[in-house]
Structures are given as structure tokens and as C-alpha cells.
Design a protein around this ligand. Sequence first.
Ligand code: 3DU
Length: 214
Amino acid sequence: MADDNKVIVALDMMDPVVARDIAKKRTGEVFAFKIGWPLIMASNADIIVDLSRYAKVICDLKLADIPDTNSWITQKVKENGAWGVISHSFVGKDSLEAVVKAAEGVKVFAVVAMSHPGSAHFINKKTKDLIRVALECGVYGVVAPGNNMAMLRKVRKMTDGLKIISPGIGTQGGNPAEALANGADYIIVGRSICNADDPRTELKRINAAIAQKK
Ligand code: 3DU
């Protein structure tokens, strides 16, 4: 059952043929696929429709614009059949609210902390405020780093009832089982699956490691 799976595979690549091929073979072994600007720019929004045949699709567009622009982009995401969309929270309540309003059933995830070294400069200093905005806007979930256990636990504590999806696993140092044990509902894995010699074996290995820790 896809809903029992804990892995969201980030299809971070520029070749839609490869992305479709990976998606086709992984159906049933993933919770969802996450796609972002590289793949969407390399193909077009039809890629959302295509990949949705195999599993849920989360569009990681990290929306960070004025309310109207955020709203128009979200409407297109919805029209193309995405299950979820990722928006920034730091742009403020009106901008995130516009995403939630336009999403009409598409799950909205707000970024409240990030996983890369530069996240320490600004965004991770404001996590508490970003969570408050996310809660006020009624998002479905938040994005929080799976390679920073102290931050993940803090976000978990403050977001009762919201789903947490966590990147930063594998290539960025996070451990799948550890992230899940510290509050993540689902982990996001990109390069360590997609760039593996055999992505299918790598995904199986991660799923087995998670199952073992349950
Ligand atoms: O490091 P990976 O190759 O497993 O990819 C992680 C994915 O998650 C990638 O699509 C990136 O854009 C996204 N992401 C982060 O890595 C870190 C964040 O804080 C938020 C999203």
C-alpha cells in the first residue's frame, strides 16, 4: 500500500523520460514523488499529469511570491492533478493563505526550516514564527530537515496534527529511520536513490531499514 510507505522520492533530474521510467517502476514502493523546477522546466506541467498515474505527486515549487501570483501558480498545479504543493511560509500570511485558498483540496506543505548549511543564516532562526504562520493558514503539513534532529523535534512539538515531510536524507547526511523516529511522517530522498547504480535496490534498502526499526 502506497500510504504505508514512508519514502517520497524526489525526481530531481532534467530528463522526463528517465523520470517517467523511474516512476513507472517504483509504483507501490513509494508514498509519493516530489518534482521541482528542474523537471518541470525541462518538460512542462503535463509531467504532473503523467506521473500522477503512478503515485501521488507533490510539486515542490517553494512558492514565495505575492498572493495573486502564488494563487495562479497553485491553480495550475491543481488543474494538472498534483496531490500536494510546497510553499514558503516566510512570505507571510496573505501569500500562504492565497496558496491554501487556491489549492482546494491539494495538500499544502509550508517550509518552516531547511537542511542546507545556509539555512542557519536566516530561515532556521525564524522557524517558530514560520510555524505560527503555517498554523494560522491551515496548511496540511510542513517541510522540516531530516538531517537536523534538534530542529525536527522542535518542529514536531509545535505542529501537532500536521504532517511533517523531511528532506536532507542520504546525500545531505540524514538517516531515514532516525528522521522518522524524531518526528518526520515521511522522508524525502532524491540523489541517493535517483543517482544510484540501481535506484530500485537503493529504495528497497531504505524501505527495509525503515521496516526493521519499526
Ligand atoms: O538531497 P537530496 O538529493 O535527497 O534531495 C532533497 C530534495 O529535497 C531536493 O529536491 C531539494 O530541493 C528538497 N529540499 C531540500 O533538500 C532541503 C530543504 O530544506 C527543502 C527541500
